[in-house]
Design a protein around this ligand. Structure first.
Ligand SMILES: NC(=O)c1ccc[n+]([C@@H]2O[C@H](COP(=O)([O-])OP(=O)(O)OC[C@H]3O[C@@H](n4cnc5c(N)ncnc54)[C@H](O)[C@@H]3O)[C@@H](O)[C@H]2O)c1
Length: 350
């Protein structure tokens, strides 16, 4: 992959490759935009097959963070980092310190946080060596409950739009991935009397959800064709692709995963199939809204943060209205909103 060429195409400001021979750290930090403020975005720790896959992921994820933070109305830019490796595997005791030092060296242009594969304990370790880290246990903590709450609030808006009522009791939701967000979402939905059908490639997570929440579990490959009202991708990106989109038997796609559409065209395919899509970066912004509370106020209030997470409802309604009026996919309408904010900020500083 030609890195500079890709940066120019997607508009990235800076991509930093981090390697420490002593600790075997291999990481990439991508800063997509600092137009609205410091680039905030989690660190994903994942055993990528190769460097190209890791780079592709960090470039896509960091750009999505710019749009997510802009669309959520936050004064924060977009960035992301990836550590290449297995978080469950053996590692040098100073490996996370090496990573933290790379973040620190960016002087606050990039603020890191939790993402897939990154535990709070690991984040605390990073926090010992850099101040540019958010979502620590003594601060806003794990963003996942707030993300799940935002998705839940967003699902109600989707239900209102499609079925004429926000009430989710008696509806069926299929969840792909029962990790931090998926599990918390499943619990909220079950409390509402929603039927939940779910899957996870980690069978112990599926078994736990079946036992504790009375969730019906299916094999991971079957989740796309489950007949349901709402399909919630809560695993990794690319869940909606040319193969899976044909299998969907739902009226709404609304979940937490980043980059749910394998390619932008999928937004049109969903629209043509009459499936309402809640743009991922809009509906999964609960976590960053939660973290922003800590950054903006210097200390964290869960009540204040969760109240702000509810603003996702009003933004989704706005996006659905634009999509209807212009006959464009909801994903395009959400990008338009975010772009408007970025353009206004650029214009005001020029
Ligand atoms: N945690 C947050 O606050 C947050 C915020 C915004 C977006 N997201 C996104 O939401 C998604 C879930 O985040 P998380 O924090 O719950 O991650 P997580 O790692 O805790 O959970 C992901 C789960 O998905 C499962 N999984 C992976 N591939 C699967 C597949 N093909 N089929 C079924 N299950 C599969 C994993 O086994 C795991 O249990 C990710 O895409 C993440 O980037 C998370």
């Amino acid at each position: 992959m030609k890195v500079l060429e890709e940066m120019v195409k997607a508009g990235h400001e800076r991509v930093v490759f981090c390697h420490d021979e002593r600790t075997s750290l291999s990481a990439i930090i991508a800063i997509h935009s600092t137009v609205l403020g410091p680039a905030l975005g989690g660190c994903r720790w994942w055993p990528y097959r190769n460097e190209d896959d890791a780079l592709d992921d960090v470039l896509r994820l960091s750009k999505a963070m710019t749009y997510k933070n802009a669309a959520a109305g936050l004064d924060l830019g977009g960035g992301k980092s990836v550590i290449i490796g297995d978080p469950a595997g053996r590692r040098h005791p100073d490996m996370l310190r090496s990573f933290a030092e790379c973040v620190e060296a960016l002087g606050g242009r990039y603020i890191t946080a939790e993402d897939v594969g990154m535990s709070l304990e690991a984040l605390e370790e990073i926090g010992r060596y850099t101040k540019y880290v958010c979502g620590l246990p003594h601060g806003s903590g794990s963003p996942s409950p707030a993300t799940a709450y935002g998705v839940y609030v967003g699902m109600k808006v989707c239900s209102e739009e499609v079925f004429g009522s926000p009430d989710l009791s008696g509806r069926t939701v299929a969840i792909q991935g029962l990790g931090h967000v998926g599990y918390s979402l499943a619990r909220r939905l079950r409390e509402d009397g929603t039927k939940v059908i779910a899957c996870d490639i980690a069978s112990f997570r599926a078994a736990k959800a079946a036992e504790e929440l009375d969730v019906t579990c299916v094999p991971p490959e079957d989740i796309f064709s489950v007949k349901c009202d709402i399909f919630a991708p809560c695993a990794l990106g690319g869940a909606i692709n040319p193969d899976t989109v044909k299998k969907l038997r739902c009226s709404v796609v609304a979940g937490s995963a980043n980059n749910q559409l394998s390619e932008p065209d999928m937004a049109w395919v969903l629209m043509e199939r009459g499936i309402l899509y809640a743009p991922d970066f809009l509906i999964n912004a609960g976590g960053v809204i939660n973290i922003a509370d800590e950054i903006e106020h210097g200390s964290y209030s869960r009540e204040r943060a969760f109240r702000r997470v509810e603003s996702i409802a009003q933004r989704l309604r706005q996006v659905f209205r634009i999509s209807r009026e212009r006959n464009i996919p909801t994903a395009d309408a959400a990008l338009m909103l975010a772009d408007e904010r970025l353009r206004a900020k650029r214009d005001s500083t020029e």
